[in-house]
Design a protein around this ligand. Sequence first.
Ligand code: ARG
Ligand code: ASP
Length: 721
Amino acid sequence: MKTKIFITTALLGLFINLSRAGEGMWLPLLLSQLNEKEMRDMGMKITAEDIYSVNHSSLKDAIVLFGGGCTGELVSTQGLLLTNHHCGYGNIQKHSSLEKDYLATGFWAQRMEEELPNPGLSVTFLVRMEEVTAQTLRGVSNSMSQKMRDSIVSANNKTIIKDAIKGTHYAAQVKPFFGGNQYYLFVTEVFTDVRLVGAPPSNIGKFGGDTDNWMWPRHTGDFSMFRIYANKDNKPAEYSKDNVPYKPAKHLTISLKGFKEGDFTFVYGFPGTTQEYLPSYAVDMTAFQDNPIAIGLRQQRLDIIDRAMENDRLTRIQYSAKAAGIANYWKKMIGETKGIKRLDAIEKKQSFESAFQKWADSNPETKAKYGQLLPAFSKYYSGYVPVNNAYTYLTEGLLGIEMVRFANSYTNLVKQCADKSKTEADIKKISEQLKASAVAFHKNYNPIVDKQLFDALMKSYITSCESSLQVPMVKETASSYKGNMQAWSNDLYKKSMFADSVRLLAFLSGFDRGDSRKIEKDPGYILAKSVYAYLFDDFAPIVNAFNATNDSLQRLYMAAQMEMQPEKRFYPDANSTLRVAYGNVKGYKPADAVGYNWFTTLDGIMEKENPEIYDYKVEPKLKELYNLRDYGRYADADKSMHVAFIASNHTTGGNSGSPVLNADGQLIGINFDRCWEGTMSDLMYDPDQCRNISLDIRYCLFIIDKMAGAKRLVDEMTVVE
Ligand code: ARG
Ligand code: ASP
């Protein structure tokens, strides 16, 4: 007995320290309980209450979820907001054309009236959060099926949400934490009139492009500016020219004082997804099955799109945002798999698992609860891997063909036409909406490029995806063309109206109910419909069944890990809710004999300059300022212009645009990326290699002020020197 206790404690000691300074994305609500002391020991001068409070205004009131997947921060009393250039990219792109190419030239509104509205863009503030586990799990028992559990949980959550927002204009959500062992309520306020204020040209905002993406040393001026507008009562309102700038309860103070290696920093934002508590089987699947398939398919798409963009300016405008999106996770997945290998993450997980098994087996009660968990995972993943692979071939392959996604948006029109209860006016309304979206789609579409995508992706799908899990219609058609994808696509792109904007718009202009048959006969529509029907009707139920099993296994495993390590401070996986990550400004050693400094400067931009390469062209005005060393109050004490810096904050996708704050809670940077050697941090964090990359706020203000001459914006901000 004694020895057993000894072993268990020793094992615990081994794993307690898994969460070290730097690692973790913590809930603002729990900072005072879990983190405040450590943060203050590391140098923080403000309190947890300054960061998150429900009783008075706090830093949280200056932070927003920007769109669906980035973070932004308020920097003036007039609703002025900073985020990344790559977060505003899609909207900057939408305002761009050959005549007014804001991606190339940048955009700066000289007056508020010139700020540009962005339909569809919203920002979300967190009003408050609250743990609701007991209410959510009322009526749930451990013996019930996952399906039953899910339906009770969702019914309970509906009530919680309804009560939380009663009599307000707020929205709310309940989200699972720790694999569904805990639940939190988030009450939010959503603003939909968000206007573009300014963006540097791409040769600043995207300097280094996809070549430097996910890498250090970095020199990207990755920021853009927006402004939130509200109605006269400072409440959210749809876009109207009568709206006025939103007055936030809090805006950030900007520090130009500079900082140095070792300084305390924290990142306050909306990290999207991490999976730190998976079993080794799952990490193995992601790193060595899923990622390689997706990387290969994305590589094919990028080869085609990049070539087309090189040769044609219009294609560059049309495809730049799409290419950036494809390239971003293509590269991330490459880095992630490398990082998993280098960190021996699978072996580390396996050794934890053998300790876990010993712990579980050491006592009859834990043995009954958890003894079979790892064998169940093993069995689960051997069944799931082929299904997941086929899913990736479908979503990254077939759905990488734009026509498939676009033609599918006509299913609803066909359905409504067949519905006798719908009037001609109903039908007209839908066809008018489709016309508007067809115009928007074709503005950024080139059928020649898409046909090449079809040829490549279809070929990969047919040759590599597990045959029994292929879309039957796709399989049959490919075989009727004897595997000659070009022969298929020659017919398809000639005959389908979806590839031809003139034909499509003419068709929609004169549309009436009877024309629905023409859609149903269109080969592009037939293909899209078959792909989606298979995905939703045949494939989704299989995947959902696997997911349900995984949910219950993972929930149990999470609970078990917490039970096994009662002393360990656990942080929940990211799930697009507001979090705080904290660490120190810090360089790192990426390889034997190599050491990286913690900051980059404008000199590095000049070193990288290459007029021949799109990613490394330097903005002439920037060069002028550099030659004069005209940095004004934005220079560092070392007289140089600092551009970016790294720190040990644990961040992920969604943290882009997040404020990086100093010990006093003042803004010193805008987070935008992670270092290459640390891209596996979504699965396993390594304090030696994981660094977040941020834009130095002084470079950002320098660009706004000296480069763009938009002093009116700097004057709105609260700056300390
Ligand atoms: N890697 C960063 C993040 O994941 C920036 C991506 C945007 N830049 C780009 N070159 N695609 O979002
Ligand atoms: N660049 C990412 C983002 O857009 C941040 C990251 O993955 O580190 O959120």
